[in-house]
Design a protein around this ligand. Structure first.
Ligand SMILES: Nc1ncnc2c1ncn2[C@@H]1O[C@H](COP(=O)(O)OP(=O)(O)OP(=O)(O)O)[C@@H](O)[C@H]1O
Length: 213
């Protein structure tokens, strides 16, 4: 994946300022920086979910909007989980798979496997609203993992988790990279960032490479 001079503006405000980076299959990259530095905006730009200037390419393809990014295999674990609260944990993981064409049985199996991987195999039938904040975050991680993405964008995926679950989620993100995905994780947490192969720090939208993968 190659980003060239990616810029995100909200009106007059520049949230991401001419960021360029290259990432290869198998790499796990942390995006760090202070609150408001532009981490989420950069991830959403890569996901095609906010308009950006510059170029975002995956292989030979230009990423474009969210529909196209989804087709290219770019998945997001959003900050704040963004679950449908009146659906079960299993449905929250399964329905996005069906939406992109997975057969019902296959979607059910992948959702079940992903929930098990985050330690929630017993919670699939619970409504999302019945789950704690940390459990909801793990469902959101499972939803991202179940998509078997080419590029997995994880926005503060460990912010609500206790130590053991944080380690579990970081190991799962590592495993995604080992499977051949590009994993990009926004985080405030230096310990979480240390699990990644490389680190890019944003400062008022500008990127600085702290550690190369
Ligand atoms: N939808 C929006 N409309 C207007 N401004 C926005 C919008 N989303 C983000 N911003 C602004 O863009 C800047 C970058 O925000 P962003 O959420 O990308 O930062 P962040 O590094 O992810 O922050 P945090 O760590 O607090 O989540 C901030 O100044 C924020 O106020």
């Amino acid at each position: 994946m190659e980003l060239t001079d990616v810029t995100v503006r909200y009106g007059e405000a520049v949230a991401v300022n001419a960021v360029s980076l290259q990432a290869y299959a198998g790499e796990f990259i942390a995006v760090t920086g202070h609150s408001g530095a532009g981490k989420s905006s950069l991830l959403w730009a890569i996901a095609g979910a906010v308009p950006s200037q510059g170029s975002i390419r995956l292989g030979e393809e230009s990423v474009g909007d969210r529909t196209r990014a989804t087709k290219l295999g770019i998945a997001v674990i959003p900050q704040g989980s963004a679950l449908a609260l009146l659906l079960t944990a299993q449905e929250n993981v399964e329905l996005p798979l069906i939406a992109v064409g997975a057969k019902a049985q296959e979607a059910r199996r992948r959702a079940h496997d992903a929930l098990r991987s985050v330690g929630l195999e017993e919670s699939g039938s619970h409504l999302a609203e019945e789950l704690s904040g940390g459990q909801q975050q793990r469902v959101a991680v499972a939803r991202g993992l179940a998509q078997h993405a080419r590029v997995l964008l994880a926005d503060e995926p460990t912010s609500e988790l206790d130590h053991d679950n944080r380690e579990r989620v970081l190991a799962l993100l590592r495993a995604e990279a080992d499977r051949g995905a590009i994993v990009i994780m926004a985080t405030h947490d230096p310990d979480a960032a240390a699990h990644a192969d490389g680190e890019i720090r944003l400062d008022d939208g500008r990127a600085e490479t702290v550690r190369l993968p």
